[in-house]
Design a protein around this ligand. Sequence first.
Ligand code: BGC
Length: 255
Amino acid sequence: MKLSGKVALVTGSSQGIGAAIAIRLAEEGADIVINYHSHPEEAEAVKAQIESTGRRAVAIAADLGSVPSINQLISGGIAALGKLDILVNNAGVEKNASFWDVTEAAYDFVLNTNLKGPFFATQAFVKHLQSRTSPGKIINISSVHEELPFPHFTSYCASKGGVKMMTRNLSIELAPFGITINNVAPGAIETPINTALLHDPAKLNALLQNIPLNRLGKPADVSSAVAFLASSEADYITGTTLVVDGGLTWNYSEQ
Ligand code: BGC
């Protein structure tokens, strides 16, 4: 077990990739702060699964677009489990719209959840580590779209590009405290975020043609990368992105 004695907070961990990460980190020995926005029953199911592995867990609701709510999430997690050592900024949303149709509300929803949330959750987490003079690990669940264009998802791409630069910047600023920060960039993973795609055979087949390993990823493909970056095996890795995409990003060929 890689994470015995550690406590991890995983945002957006009631479903999808976040739930898989929360359970995997628990299997590696960490106690877990589960975070959810609107599905307490799903968060309770993840909590029960973690407790069945013998680890402690608590589920806390938060609006990641609100700094007071983020601060309550961090302080609530510390109050419940004693401390935090690992922060996984996983919660993310996307909205499909042509650029000229994007509303202010939709833009704010995406940027607040995907960029403002990780920014201020990381800030509160770093202050906690500094108060304990403790090292720590931050892992952001970004996307291949921190690099790769995704037409009709411009606000999503802007948020993920922002997370990429936040990670690079903070790797330098946080290194003196023994705090590392890295991104995991999933490609197309089978999760609730792309339910529509999964039920559209034409779109799904077109996507599969772009993936050299010829399958969608599974949440477990992402959670194993996170478990590695959260562990001491990755102590010398900071400011980088681990891409988990079946080869999608750099797939180009001429017949
Ligand atoms: C998006 C998915 C998309 C995938 C591959 C992810 O970041 O959330 O909607 O299918 O990238 O393009």
